[in-house]
Structure formats: structure tokens, C-alpha cells
Design a protein around this ligand. Structure first.
Ligand code: FEO
Ligand code: CA
Ligand code: CA
Ligand code: CA
Length: 626
């Protein structure tokens, strides 16, 4: 495959290069095996998997209340297929910050619609492909920490390079577009604005010096020529979802880090490299211009990425910390809650087809204002096992349960998860915990390989449990309630909050659950966050062709879910080509900040390159929105 082809692949397709799929069953055959929608929702019919029937039964009990309808305080909007953002009547939106917008006055005017951002200014502007974000408050100041996930070289590179960097400067420019932006924003009464030159403003990129802590720090697995102690890795990359600690720091989650490494010569093909989809040619050719990304020269560098990294956005001089105790995988987000006894619990998903859901539980406890020492470096990593009877358990990953040394368990968490029999999932994206109830939700975005092929470690992926549909192109959201209403418990019960689908195209399980209808349907739930009033906001990253099995679903969107009644209503639609990702609120909850990633056309400027942006959304009457 030629370079310019690699760059056009989705991350899923890139994974597939490393782990090819056999000829799949035809979709028709899958549908034939599916039951009628009525039977599915009735919940009692056998459909290959007992779990499907029982999951459906629980679902229908939650959706039964739907007729009463708690409703929403906005009028749901229709789908859109255009290159614009739409919000409900009575709401306003504006662009807060776009890729290339200056964080410092020296970078003002650096962005050009023809050439993008020059390398020397590339780490002084807002990054590309905005993703997870969180709000922080320091006195009367509002600070946002915002992830920039990846790059679109065909858009971002200034020359006709067919999407591949041609020299070290271009590699540096692409690297600087990723990472994290910390930026102060000020309430101007009109959806906030960026405070250029604020002392809080900061970019954290592939180049930022970090430290590493936890059991794998300093191990042979993470030592490189540049860092023989294995304690001082450089850089964070492919920053996807986010989290906020109880003590007010930012967690940035490194997702598709595998794509940045490649080999210029020989290298040892290990089980670890294979399981994480690393090897051969890198997706962005970084290895050709920067030896850090070259497996032939630095075989351990990939082991220093794929972590949850903690940043203090209120201290621009602070050194970010990579926490190995939370495990290494394609981290989506990190949702921190507290166990009844005060221990810190972090829920995490590994977004790849057939990979796992994890949680970390600290040994120490947190009290407000108390020491946070060791809370993210000394604890136990668990992986989720879902049973078909709607129960589940968190399996500890320890040397005793896995037969692996602790540093191997953490660096190769996927391999450890396979050893204990974790449940292969339909791509776990964001996890959100209900602030009003002891329960949590995970968006299982889709999995075309469900029931078709094993995961990259050879674990089977039968349609079962919370992943009940073969060739699952729509996705679902699983919910679990920890035993004893304690996030520290190792047992839980689960159900499905929603199965996405298309009830106008299908009359079977692919129509989705009963809380999906022609008026609110969507595919591929991804970003999720709870507002303080207990509503679940759902963002999508799916097929926006509005054709075939996706007809009637339109552009990617943001919906609001009532978790008591099951009702789901569409709140926002994104420009065609974009996914909606990242959601946080102003301190007074009157403004929502929403990420619009990889828009199509030339949104939002209407000329030149499309620019990934954070938008602000608020109600015209000044009422709360979050
Ligand atoms: Fe970066 Fe899985 O989304
Ligand atoms: Ca995502
Ligand atoms: Ca996604
Ligand atoms: Ca994305």
C-alpha cells in the first residue's frame, strides 16, 4: 500500500491492515438470523444469545415509562445533511476557538486559509481535531483543557505532499497540532472568548517533557537511549477523551498511539507489538524523520505511549505525569469517581474492536484537600467480564491472576486481560458516571467484526452479553450498577440503555431498541457526559452518508438522554464530515462547550480549509444548560 493510501484510512481500517479480516458473512445473512423487532423488544424470545433476550427485557422495562415522558426543556431538532451546526429553537451557538487560532499574540494571523499554520507557530495556536475537554476554575478565571487528537495531513500540510510529511519540519508541525491546549476563556456575555496571552495558556505536545510513575516506570520495557532510566518520557499523543480528577487536575487519554511508529529497518516482531497493532510502516511517516518513532532504533518508545496522563492546567510550569498504574491501551477517556470507603476509582475503555473495559481502584483514599500522593500510582487494575445473566465482575490483573510480572501486566494490559477471560467489547468509547446515582454508562460505538472474527489477541467475539448483534454497525450504550451502590465493588449488574439502529430500514434487532425511532435515530455513540441535572449527553462519530442503512440519520449529532425514562432527543447536528466530540460547561452551567472534529467542506470559515473547532452553545433566555 502506498503512503497516500494509508493516510486516507480510518483508524479502524488502519488496524485492519495489521490484523486482516476474513471474508465476512453477508449482511443479509446476519439480518436473516436476527429476530423481528417486536420479538426482540418483547424480550422473551430466544435469539441465539440469551443475553440479548434478557438485555432487551430490562431495556423494555426502562422504556415502558417513556409514554409518560419526562420530556426535555428544548424542542428536539431534525437531522441535517448540510455543512453547518444546528441547535434547537431558543438556543444560540458561536465558534469559540478554531484550529490555528492564536493563544499568544505572536501567533496572531499565523493561520492562513491556503497554507495553514507555519511550523514555528504550530505550538502557539489551538491544536487540530479537538476532542475531550474539561473546565477548571481558578478564582474568577475559567480555564479549559482541550485535547487535540490527530492530524489530517492532506489538509494540514502546506504543500502538495500527497498527505505525507516530506521533511522534519513538516513532522514537527504535525506533532505540534496534537496534544493538549490549556486556554483561559472569559465570559463576554456572548458565549465566552479566548484570552490571548493569558498566563494559563499552554500547549502540551509530542515534545513536552513528562515523568512516568507507577509500577512500570523505570522498568526495562520503557527504557530508551534518550531516557536510560525509563522515568522521563517525552510527549503525549493522539489525545482522545479526557477526565477530571477529584482534586482538580486534567486527565488526557492517549488513544491510537500505535499509528505513529514505524520501522526503517529490521525490528523484532513481538507479541506486544502485534496485539497493539504496531509494526511495518507508520501511518504518518514520522519514523523517517524522527528516530524516536523508529522501531528499528527505539523499540521501547511505543511502550511510553498509550497511557493516561495527568496535567495541572492551573500551573503552566507543572510537568505532566504518565500514570502506568492505569494500564496501557488505546485509552478513550478516564471517568473518576469515588468508592464508598474513599478510594479513587477510574473507569476506562480501550477503543478497538473486541478489546476491553477497565477500572482502576487506588489503595489509598482521597479526602478533599488531603494528599493525593500515590492515588494514581498505587492501586489495582481490573478488567470487565460481563455474564449473559446480566451480572458482571471486575477481574483483578495481578501476577497471581495472569502469571505475568506487574510491569508486563500494565504495559501489555490487553494481553493480561485476555489471560483472565475479559469480555471482548464493541469498541468501548467514553464512560460517564451518573452524578445523581451510583451507575455508569459506556458507549460501545460499533463493531463490524462482532461474530465475524476474533480480536487482535485471538479472543473470540461471539454476539453475547452487552454486545448482542453480529456485524454491529450501529452501536449501543451499556449501563452497570455496582453491587452495594459502591463503585469500589467487584460485582455489578448491567443492562443496555439504548441499542442504536434504524427502524425505518429494519424490522429486527438492527432497528434498535424501543427508545430509538425515526425522529431521533443515530449511529455510533461515542462521546458522553452527564450534566449536573443527571441527563446523559450523547455525541456520535458514525456514518453520516444518510444513505442505505444510515438513511434518515443525517450528520453526526449530539443527543440528550433521560436515563429514567429512556427517552432520547436530538439537540445538535454537526456539519457533514464532522464528528461531535468533547463536552464541558461554563462554571455557571449557562454555556456548553462542544467539540466539532474533522468538519467537511470549509466549515466554519466558509473559505479555505475546514477547521476543527470548539463551539459555545447557550440559551437565549439565560437559563442553565448543564
Ligand atoms: Fe478517539 Fe475512540 O475515539
Ligand atoms: Ca471518541
Ligand atoms: Ca469514534
Ligand atoms: Ca475522533
Amino acid at each position: 500500500m502506498k503512503d497516500q493510501d494509508i493516510i486516507d484510512l480510518s483508524w479502524d481500517e488502519f488496524d485492519e491492515l495489521r490484523d486482516p479480516r476474513p471474508d465476512a458473512n453477508g449482511f443479509d445473512a446476519v439480518v436473516e438470523r436476527a429476530i423481528s423487532r417486536r420479538g426482540f423488544l418483547g424480550g422473551a424470545l430466544a435469539f441465539g444469545s440469551g443475553a440479548l433476550a434478557m438485555g432487551a427485557s430490562l431495556m423494555s422495562s426502562t422504556t415502558a415509562a417513556r409514554a409518560e415522558g419526562m420530556g426535555f426543556n428544548f424542542k428536539p431538532i431534525d437531522i441535517a445533511t448540510d455543512y453547518d451546526v444546528h441547535v434547537p429553537e431558543g438556543y444560540q451557538w458561536k465558534t469559540l476557538v478554531r484550529w490555528g487560532d492564536a493563544l499568544f499574540s505572536e501567533a496572531q494571523g499565523a493561520y492562513s486559509p491556503e497554507t495553514g499554520v507555519p511550523v514555528e507557530m504550530s505550538d502557539k495556536v489551538f491544536g487540530e481535531n479537538t476532542d475531550g475537554m474539561e473546565t477548571f476554575v481558578d478564582g474568577d478565571k475559567t480555564i479549559l483543557a482541550i485535547n487535540s487528537e490527530y492530524v489530517n495531513p492532506k489538509i494540514n500540510l502546506p504543500v502538495a505532499s500527497e498527505g505525507m510529511p516530506q521533511n522534519a519540519d513538516e513532522v514537527m508541525m504535525l506533532k505540534n497540532m496534537q496534544g493538549v491546549t490549556v486556554v483561559e476563556v472569559a465570559d463576554n456575555g456572548d458565549g465566552y472568548e479566548v484570552v490571548v496571552d493569558s498566563a494559563y495558556n499552554r500547549r502540551i505536545t509530542h515534545e513536552t517533557q513528562m515523568i512516568m510513575d507507577g509500577p512500570a516506570a523505570g522498568s526495562d520495557l520503557v527504557k530508551t537511549k534518550a531516557d536510560p532510566a525509563g522515568l522521563n518520557p517525552k510527549g503525549t499523543m493522539n489525545n482522545c477523551g479526557s477526565g477530571k480528577t477529584l482534586w482538580g487536575t486534567y486527565l488526557t487519554c492517549e488513544e491510537n498511539f500505535n499509528g505513529y511508529f514505524g520501522a526503517t529497518g529490521d525490528y523484532e516482531v513481538t507479541e506486544g507489538l502485534k496485539r497493539y497493532g504496531i509494526g511495518g510502516e507508520g501511518r504518518y511517516a514520522y519514523e523517517k524523520f524522527d528516530p524516536r518513532y523508529d522501531l528499528t532504533q527505539e523499540p521501547n518508545e511505543p511502550n511510553r505511549h498509550g497511557w493516561v496522563t495527568e496535567i495541572n492546567p492551573l500551573d503552566p510550569t507543572s510537568t505532566p505525569v504518565k500514570h502506568t498504574a492505569l494500564g496501557r491501551f488505546k485509552h478513550e477517556n478516564a471517568e473518576m469517581v469515588q468508592a464508598k470507603d474513599g478510594r479513587v476509582v477510574v473507569y476506562m475503555g480501550d477503543d478497538e474492536r473486541g478489546e476491553f473495559m477497565y477500572k482502576y481502584v487506588s489503595n489509598g483514599t482521597y479526602t478533599e484537600g488531603g494528599s493525593t500522593e500515590g492515588l494514581l500510582s498505587d492501586g489495582t487494575l481490573y478488567v470487565a467480564k460481563f455474564n449473559d445473566d446480566l451480572t458482571g465482575e471486575w477481574l483483578a490483573l495481578t501476577p497471581e491472576t495472569t502469571g505475568m510480572p506487574m510491569e508486563d501486566i500494565l504495559v501489555f494490559a490487553r494481553i493480561a486481560g485476555s489471560k483472565v477471560g475479559a469480555t471482548t467489547m464493541d469498541r468501548p468509547e467514553w464512560i460517564a458516571a451518573n452524578p445523581l446515582k451510583v451507575e455508569a454508562y459506556c458507549a460501545l460505538t460499533n463493531n463490524k467484526n462482532r461474530g465475524v472474527k476474533p480480536n487482535a489477541g485471538g479472543d473470540e467475539t461471539p454476539a453475547s452479553g452487552p454486545n448482542p448483534r453480529e456485524t454491529n454497525n450501529y452501536g449501543q450504550i451499556v449501563r452497570w450498577k455496582p453491587a452495594g451502590e459502591d463503585h469500589g465493588a467487584t460485582e455489578f449488574t448491567w443492562d443496555l440503555y439504548v441499542m442504536a439502529g434504524n427502524p425505518t430500514v429494519y424490522d429486527n434487532a438492527y432497528a434498535g431498541s424501543e427508545n430509538v425511532n425515526a425522529g431521533n435515530m443515530f449511529n455510533s455513540p461515542d462521546g458522553m457526559a452527564f450534566s449536573s441535572d443527571g441527563y446523559l449527553w450523547i455525541q456520535t462519530d458514525g456514518d453520516d452518508s444518510n444513505e442505505g442503512e444510515f438513511e434518515g440519520q443525517g450528520n453526526n449529532q449530539m443527543l440528550v438522554g433521560n436515563t429514567e425514562t429512556g427517552e432520547i432527543a436530538r439537540f445538535l447536528t454537526a456539519p457533514n464530515g464532522a464528528e461531535v466530540t468533547g463536552l464541558t460547561w461554563s462554571p455557571d452551567k449557562k454555556v456548553a462547550f462542544v467539540g466539532i472534529q474533522h468538519p467537511g467542506g470549509s466549515w466554519p470559515d466558509g473559505n479555505g480549509k475546514p477547521r476543527s473547532s470548539v463551539i459555545a452553545v447557550w440559551r437565549e433566555d439565560g437559563a442553565l444548560i448543564g
